[in-house]
Design a protein around this ligand. Structure first.
Ligand SMILES: Nc1ncnc2c1ncn2[C@@H]1O[C@H](COP(=O)(O)OP(=O)(O)OP(=O)(O)O)[C@@H](O)[C@H]1O
Ligand SMILES: [Mg+2]
Length: 252
């Protein structure tokens, strides 16, 4: 069943209003879709347009068939879609438990039951329940941020570069948790710079270039496509991409 439907989404910022220029995709319940593309392609902007942090200029966003285009962040969360931003996604001075409780601010009565469910899923959070978030590793904080997002029982989970800055081991562990979260029936849309690894664990991939859909397809197959590898992975599949879609580390 399609959970998230995005049609011709268009928008940007007051200072740069033509960033996202007509992006369309769907994510089904239980499906993991990754969004990859060069720096500045508009990936994070798409996530802001979906969650009410920016108001779209045109296009439609529907959650379980309900139009939520241009709604406030609060309405979007209540409708069942939560974003884990790349930066500042947990409260450093608060404990794991307190951070999780913040994820249930719209329905505090449910916090206790939800916390048990989230800690069952991510045992690390139970072990460290009283630890301040700022004393945790980057990988542990990303797990906490994901746990906090799951406190509201979203049907759609949006992740912006969850593995940025993590060690290869921590990134692999986090990808496994993202995959497991999708398996529970949540529709997951994950923006990633680690393109090859993201495609390997995703069901489908969407490549954004200059604010538009550039390629789309079943993710493991797309990762093997020589054209995609040449264009977006520099033939090696490592490293980040520049604005033309070529790989900085392997380009002359
Ligand atoms: N707050 C802002 N005000 C004005 N322009 C912005 C703002 N944030 C981003 N932009 C511009 O919008 C474009 C797309 O930015 P966005 O952050 O969506 O890219 P991205 O695909 O997420 O890139 P990255 O891979 O670096 O995270 C860029 O040209 C950027 O300079
Ligand atoms: Mg970004």
């Amino acid at each position: 069943m399609t959970a998230l439907t995005v049609q011709e989404l268009t928008g940007g910022y007051a200072a740069a209003d033509h960033v996202v220029k007509g992006v369309s995709f769907t994510v089904a319940s239980g499906e993991l879709v990754c969004v990859i593309g060069p720096n500045g392609a508009g990936k994070s902007t798409v996530l802001k347009l979906l969650t009410g942090l920016l108001r779209p200029r045109a296009g439609q966003v529907a959650l379980d068939g309900r139009d939520i285009t241009g709604q406030s962040p609060r309405v979007v969360i209540e409708a069942g879609m939560v974003l884990v931003p790349q930066e500042r996604n947990v409260f450093g001075t608060l404990s794991v438990e307190e951070n999780l409780a913040m994820g249930c601010f719209l329905d505090p009565g449910r916090a206790k039951a939800r916390m048990t469910a989230v800690m069952d899923r991510f045992p690390l959070l139970a072990e460290r329940r009283r630890q301040a978030a700022r004393t945790m590793s980057g990988g542990q904080r990303q797990i906490l941020a994901m746990g906090q997002a799951l406190m509201s029982e979203p049907r759609v989970l949006l992740l912006d570069e969850p593995t940025a800055g993590l060690s290869p081991k921590a990134a692999t562990d986090l990808f496994a948790l993202v995959r497991a979260t999708a398996e529970t029936g949540v529709a997951v849309l994950m923006v990633e710079q680690n393109a090859l690894q993201a495609m390997q664990i995703s069901d489908r991939a969407l490549v954004l270039v200059d604010g538009r859909n550039a390629h789309e397809g079943p993710a493991p197959a797309l990762a093997r496509d020589p054209a995609i590898r040449r264009l977006f992975l520099g033939g090696r599949g490592e490293g980040r991409m520049d604005a033309t879609g070529t790989n900085r580390e392997t380009s002359p």
